[in-house]
Design a protein around this ligand. Structure first.
Ligand code: UDP
Ligand code: MN
Length: 666
C-alpha cells in the first residue's frame, strides 16, 4: 500500500518531467531548423504612420518643393499626367494607408537571410507629378527597414520638369538632406527634423545611427523610354537585389520583409500584390491576392485568376526532360509552392525544405506566395546576379511595352521563376491611358507591336504563329536578325528551355488556338513551301521556305478546309490533262488538279449537312500526308516547284508535308 502511494507521487513527478522533455525536444527541433536554414527570424512590427501634417518643418519643405513652379508645368494637368495631380499635391509626401494584407501576414515571423540583403531601388520616370514621385520615395524611406534599403536610384527620362531632381535633392528632409552613406549629426541646425526622423523611424525600428540611404540620380538628355532607363538605373546598382518601381507608387507597411523572405529561401524573382490607387480620387484600395500575371497571344498583359491553375508545378530541367520520356509522372498543383521547388541556385534542397515547411506552418494559405507566369505589372525584385545573367531588359525593345513579359519569359525559360507574394503590398496609380508621347514619330500601338514581334521572334519558337494569327499587322513590321540574335545567343548560352516548356509547366492557362486549327503556318515539303505566287490567278507552286512572306496555311479542325492566309482555300478539281506531262504515271493518272478557290462556307447550322457540301475542300492529316478526302489522293511535290495530287504512297518523301505549327500528333 505504501509502495503504491509512493508510485503515485512518482507519477505526479513524471508528468512535469515529460512536459519539460517535450518542450526541450520541440525547441531543439526549432533550433536545428533555423540553424540549418541559416535564416533569421524577423518579427513583424506594426508600422505606424505618424501624423506628418503635424510636423511643421516637414510640411513647409514639402510645400515649397511642390509649389516651386516647375519648368514646363502643364496647363492641362489631367491630360499631362492622366491622374489627379491636384489631389496628389494635397495628399503631400506621406499618408496613412489601409493595411490590406491578410491578418496572418502581420501575426507571423519572417525568415530572412542572416547576411543582410542590400536592396537597390530603381525608379525611372518621365513627366511625373512632383508629389507622386516624392510620395513614392518617402513611403520607401519610411516603410523600409533601413538596414535593407541600400540605395535609391532615380532616372529622369527627360521630363519637362528639368528642375525636379535638383529640387528634390535640395529638400531639407530625410532622406534627401543626408544623402550620403556617412551618417549625419542629428543636431543639424537647418531643421528640427531629428525628432521627426526618429519618430517616423519607429515604424521600422531602424536606429538613427544606421547608414543613410544613398540616392543616385541621373537624367537622360534625350528620351530613352522606360526600358533603357531602367537598364541605365540597373547599371548603377551596387546592392544585392534590384527592385523596379514605377514613379507613382506607395509602398505599404511591412512590404519588404515578405519579399526578402522568399528570396532568402531561393525564389529568383518576386512581385508584391499591386494595390490600386484610383487615378481620380487617389484612394488606396486592396487588390485581389488571387490574381497572377499573364498575357494573351497578342502579347498583352492580363491579370488571371490563380485558381484556374490546373497544371503541374514547374520542374527542374532534368526532371522535365525525364518526364518528356516517361510522361506518366503526376505533378503537384501549379501555383502551390511545394518543398521540391526547382532551380535552387544558391540554396540547398534541404534548406529550402526546412524553411518552406516552416513558412507553410506560419502562413494562412491565402497569404502564401504563389508562382506566376509574369510579374505583377513591371514591379518586381530580383538579384543583381540574375538580372545581369539575363542581360537585363532587352535593349532592342523601344520606349515602353512588353519588357516585363519578355523578361518573365526569359527568366522562366532560362532557369528562374517568378512568385507573387500576397503579404507584400505596393500601391500603384493605374492609369487608363498613356500620358506620354512615343518618340521618333511612333505611337504606342506601333511601338508595342514592334516590341511584341521581337519578343515573339526571340522566344516563342513556332508558337509565334499564334501571335501573328492574332496580330497579322505585325507581319508588316520590319525587324531584322540583329533584333533577335542577342536573345537567341542568350538562349543558347544559358541552355534555355523551348517555349513549349513554358506553356506546359508555367502558363497552361494560355490556351492554344487549336480549337480552331489542326495545324497552321508555312507548309513545307523538304526545303520548299507551298506558296501562292499570284493571288489574282490563284497560281500555286513550291518555293523556298525562306522567301519573304511565304504563304501561311491553316488546316481547320471543324470543316477540314486548308485555308491560305489570303483567305482562299485549297481545292481539287477534275482535269484530264491533254498532253503528257513530265510527271510520273501515278501522278498523271489522277486527272485531278490542285487549285485555289474561295472557301465555301461550311458552317453547320443554316443548311446543315456540311460534311457533304464541299468535299472538294476537305483535307485530312494522315501521318505526314495531306489527303484530299473526296478523291483520297495526296498532296504531292513530285518535282521542282510543281504541286499536284497523286495516289498516296507509303512514306513517299514528295508527299510528306509539314506545317510550321502542328497541333496534333502526326
Ligand atoms: N516611364 C519612363 N519613360 C517613358 C515612359 C514611362 O521612364 O518613356 C516611366 C513612368 O514614369 C513610370 C514607368 O516608366 O514610372 C512605367 O510607366 P507607366 O506607369 O506609364 O506604365 P504602366 O504603369 O501603365 O504600365
Ligand atoms: Mn505605372
Amino acid at each position: 500500500m505504501k509502495l503504491q502511494k509512493r508510485c503515485w507521487h512518482c507519477r505526479l513527478l513524471l508528468l512535469p518531467i515529460a512536459l519539460l522533455l517535450l518542450t526541450c525536444i520541440f525547441s531543439c527541433v526549432q533550433f536545428i531548423e533555423y540553424e540549418y536554414a541559416e535564416l533569421e527570424v524577423e518579427r513583424y512590427e506594426q508600422a505606424q504612420v505618424l501624423p506628418v501634417a503635424a510636423v511643421s518643418d516637414y510640411v513647409i519643405a514639402v510645400r515649397e518643393f511642390l509649389g516651386a513652379a516647375p519648368t514646363g508645368a502643364p496647363t492641362a494637368p489631367w491630360e499631362f499626367y492622366h491622374y489627379n495631380a491636384a489631389r496628389s499635391d494635397a495628399i503631400g509626401a506621406l499618408r496613412a494607408l489601409p493595411d490590406t494584407r491578410d491578418a496572418s501576414c502581420t501575426a507571423r515571423p519572417y525568415h530572412l537571410a542572416a547576411q543582410r540583403a542590400r536592396v537597390s531601388i530603381i525608379i525611372a520616370f518621365h513627366n511625373e507629378a512632383r508629389s507622386a514621385l516624392l510620395r513614392t520615395v518617402m513611403t520607401l524611406y519610411h516603410r523600409t527597414p533601413r538596414r535593407y534599403l541600400h540605395e535609391l536610384i532615380l532616372i529622369d527620362d527627360c521630363s519637362a520638369d528639368v528642375d525636379l531632381l535638383p529640387a528634390m535633392l535640395n529638400l531639407k528632409l530625410p532622406p534627401f538632406m543626408r544623402n550620403s552613406s556617412t551618417p549625419q549629426s542629428p543636431t543639424t541646425p537647418t531643421t528640427n527634423y531629428a525628432s521627426l526622423h526618429s519618430s517616423l523611424n519607429a515604424s521600422n525600428s531602424a536606429p538613427t545611427s544606421q547608414p543613410q540611404v544613398t540616392i543616385k540620380t541621373a537624367r537622360n538628355t534625350r528620351r530613352l523610354g522606360v526600358i533603357a532607363s531602367r537598364n541605365r538605373g540597373a547599371r548603377l546598382v551596387t546592392g544585392d537585389y534590384l527592385l523596379f518601381l514605377d514613379s507613382h507608387c506607395e509602398v505599404n507597411v511591412g512590404w519588404l520583409e515578405p519579399l526578402l523572405e522568399r528570396l532568402a529561401i531561393g525564389a529568383v524573382a518576386v512581385s508584391p500584390v499591386l494595390d490600386s490607387i484610383n487615378a481620380e480620387s487617389l484612394e488606396y484600395a486592396a487588390s485581389s491576392k488571387n490574381l497572377m500575371g499573364g498575357f494573351d497571344w497578342n502579347l498583352h498583359f492580363h491579370w488571371i485568376p490563380r485558381t484556374q491553375s490546373t497544371q503541374s508545378q514547374p520542374q527542374r530541367r532534368d526532371q522535365y526532360n525525364q518526364q518528356q520520356q516517361q510522361q506518366q509522372q503526376k505533378q503537384p498543383a501549379f501555383g502551390e509552392l511545394s518543398s521540391e521547388t526547382a532551380y535552387l541556385q544558391q540554396f540547398s534542397w534541404a534548406r529550402r525544405r526546412f524553411s518552406e515547411a516552416r513558412i507553410r506552418r506560419d502562413t494562412n494559405s491565402a497569404a502564401t506566395a504563389f508562382k506566376s507566369p509574369t510579374f505583377a505589372g513591371g514591379i518586381f525584385m530580383i538579384s543583381r546576379e540574375w538580372f545581369f545573367k539575363l542581360n537585363g531588359f532587352n535593349p532592342l525593345l523601344e520606349t515602353w511595352g512588353g519588357e516585363s513579359i519578355e523578361f518573365s519569359i526569359k527568366l522562366w525559360l532560362c532557369g528562374g521563376q517568378i512568385e507573387i507574394v500576397p503579404c507584400s503590398r505596393v500601391g500603384h496609380i493605374f492609369r487608363k491611358q498613356h500620358p506620354f508621347r512615343f518618340p521618333n514619330g511612333s505611337d504606342s500601338q506601333t511601338t508595342y507591336l514592334r516590341n511584341s514581334k521581337i519578343i515573339a521572334e526571340s522566344w516563342l519558337d513556332a508558337y509565334k504563329y499564334f501571335f501573328y494569327a492574332s496580330k497579322p499587322a505585325a507581319k508588316r513590321i520590319a525587324i531584322n536578325s540583329n533584333d533577335t540574335e542577342q536573345s537567341h545567343q542568350l538562349r543558347r548560352a544559358l541552355n534555355c528551355q523551348p517555349f513549349s516548356w513554358y506553356l506546359q509547366n508555367v502558363f497552361p492557362q494560355l490556351k492554344l488556338p487549336n480549337d480552331d486549327f489542326i495545324a497552321f503556318g508555312a507548309l513545307s515539303s523538304g526545303e520548299l513551301c507551298l506558296h501562292i505566287s499570284n493571288h489574282a490567278t490563284g497560281q500555286l507552286h513550291m518555293t523556298s521556305c525562306f522567301q519573304n512572306d511565304v504563304t501561311h496555311w491553316y488546316l481547320h479542325r471543324q470543316n477540314s478546309q486548308l485555308q491560305a492566309s489570303s483567305g482562299a482555300c485549297l481545292h481539287v478539281v477534275a482535269d484530264v490533262p491533254k498532253r503528257a506531262t513530265p510527271l510520273s504515271n501515278a501522278t498523271r493518272s489522277t486527272h485531278f488538279r490542285v487549285v485555289l478557290r474561295p472557301c465555301v462556307d461550311q458552317d453547320v447550322g443554316e443548311r446543315g449537312h456540311n460534311q457533304k457540301q464541299t468535299p472538294s475542300q476537305r483535307w485530312l492529316r494522315r501521318g505526314g500526308l495531306l489527303v484530299h478526302q473526296q478523291t483520297q489522293l495526296c498532296l504531292d511535290n513530285p518535282l521542282s516547284d510543281v504541286v499536284v495530287v497523286s495516289h498516296c504512297r507509303n512514306a513517299a518523301p514528295s508527299q510528306l508535308f509539314r506545317f510550321a505549327m502542328e497541333l496534333q500528333r502526326l
